[in-house]
Design a protein around this ligand. Structure first.
Ligand SMILES: Cc1ncc(COP(=O)(O)O)c(C=O)c1O
Length: 458
């Protein structure tokens, strides 16, 4: 068994945090019952060639198609996808996105360094003009983690400081710089020294508050961030997921007012990670719009590439344009024309299909319905949501852990054709495409409530 730097054996079973565990017995049992020979063979080949890692290979199943809100597995089974790695705000293969990508592929499949092109400039302009700060500029990157790395470098450059304050339990990507500010053991443990100066604070998690808020948020967590900023005195940036996607943590309004004031008082920048939740997931283009503050930087990604292309963006105050002498990103696919075309089509689809309003409306209805359906279940601690990001937090009951129940509900739903994410091991997280058919959403909520009700029976 491997050991971490302190010599402690590292468990072979990973922590439940970002997603569901891919080594569990229940997963194996599900595969035994549901996979045909051809799929098993393919999964064995996948496991043969890919390094095994938590939440990835070995995989659950193999796919042949994805369209709209639906996946089709190799055996032809259809799966309504409320997981989607949080990148399918406009669904898979949206015709407008596909057409835009195909046109770009046919004319300008790549734009080498030294050159720019109209789609990159238009996408940059539209994002900066929509950004939650008055004057913005941006950089693109081929993924969220890379964009977070650029944000950290820019914060150092702008402030002349290197320290950060970020949150335990947070996820900002899997690279060494991102896991240094991230707060999940499954990414950090046993990896060795991380970036220096990366302080961590408890996140705003009213139900599980380490300061004992017990659901009555007293915002001591925000005050503690300020305490650390004051004690350190030279922190470059506070980095936060505006709304934590993994287990649907929605801080109260005042939390961000306090963080903003604390950052201003102590000369730290406020960097918001909205990689999975921008572009309408919470009912606004940027989740920070719910909070009425201006961040110094905001990072988005995932759905920006239309559910197909890897594309992320660091958007920051225009006055931070202070690094012409160094490279902040320098990524080969920085201004990939196919990705930029997809990004422009995503913005068009969100506007033309009214997806922000739809996310708010369908999300509020779904939240109400889930709250009603779960109100009689002692195993449900809380149902929360913002837009079409919904979380059902399960709690331990006599003789049954919340994590065990969460897993059972997941595999029951997968058997019936509904996929979603489990966050922190015990939160059922639903993130449907914002243009999901209402009938599909209804079917999914009915199914989930039925399976949860049956699984939670004593
Ligand atoms: C909040 C958050 N930050 C950063 C990332 C990393 O993004 P990427 O996987 O595109 O590098 C993710 C991905 O899940 C995320 O959810």
């Amino acid at each position: 068994m491997p050991a971490d730097t302190s010599g402690t054996p590292v468990s072979a079973v990973p922590d439940a945090s970002e997603g569901d565990i891919n080594l569990s017995q229940r997963r194996q049992a599900w595969q035994g019952a549901h996979l045909d020979e051809a799929t098993r063979t393919l999964l064995a080949e996948d496991a043969r060639w890919f390094f095994h890692q938590s939440m990835s290979t070995p995989c659950l199943n193999a796919l042949q198609a994805a369209e709209g809100s639906w996946l089709t597995d190799l055996a032809g089974r259809r799966i309504l996808d409320f997981h989607g790695n949080s990148l399918h705000q406009v669904g898979y293969g949206h015709p407008q996105v596909m057409q835009a990508m195909q046109e770009a592929l046919a004319t300008l499949p790549f734009s080498p360094r030294r050159y720019t092109h109209p789609a990159a400039i238009e996408l940059a302009q539209r994002l900066c003009q929509a950004a939650p700060m008055p004057e913005a500029k941006l950089l693109f990157a081929p993924g969220g983690t890379a964009a977070i790395g650029m944000a950290l470098k820019l914060a150092r450059l702008v402030t002349g400081r290197h320290k950060t304050v970020s949150m335990w339990d947070a996820f900002h990507g899997a690279s060494l710089d991102a896991i240094s500010i991230g707060g999940e053991a499954v990414f950090r443990r046993g990896i060795g020294p991380l970036l220096p100066g990366t302080e961590h604070c408890p996140p705003c998690d009213p139900r599980g508050c380490v300061f004992g808020c017990a659901g009555q948020c007293a915002l001591r967590c925000a005050d503690y961030v300020e305490y650390v900023l004051r004690k350190e005195g030279d922190v470059a940036a506070v980095v936060v997921e505006t709304v934590r996607c993994t287990d649907v943590q929605i801080p109260p309004q005042e939390y961000y007012q306090r963080l903003r004031r604390a950052c201003d008082r102590h000369g730290a920048l406020l960097i918001l990670d909205e990689i999975p939740i921008a572009l309408g997931r919470t009912g606004q283009l940027f989740a920070v719009e719910h909070y009425g503050i201006e961040p110094d930087m905001v990072v988005l990604g995932k759905g920006l590439g239309g559910g197909s292309m890897p594309l992320a963006a660091l958007i920051a105050r225009a006055r931070f344009d202070v690094g012409p002498h160094i490279s902040l990103g320098h990524y080969t696919h920085e201004k990939n024309p196919v990705a930029c075309a997809a990004g422009l089509a995503v913005l068009d689809v969100i506007r033309e299909e009214g997806l922000l309003e739809r996310s708010r409306r369908l999300g509020a209805q779904a939240l109400e319905r889930l709250r009603r359906g779960c109100s009689v279940l002692p195993a449900v601690g809380e149902v929360r949501g913002l837009g079409l990001l919904l979380g059902i937090e399960l709690v331990d009951t006599v003789g049954r852990s919340a994590a065990d129940l969460a897993e059972e509900v997941l595999y029951r739903c997968l058997s019936a054709g509904l996929s979603f994410k489990i966050g922190q091991g015990h939160v059922l997280v639903l993130a449907p495409p914002l243009n999901v058919a209402e009938a599909d959403l209804d079917w999914a909520l009915d199914l989930l409530l039925k399976e949860l009700g049956e699984a939670a029976l004593p």
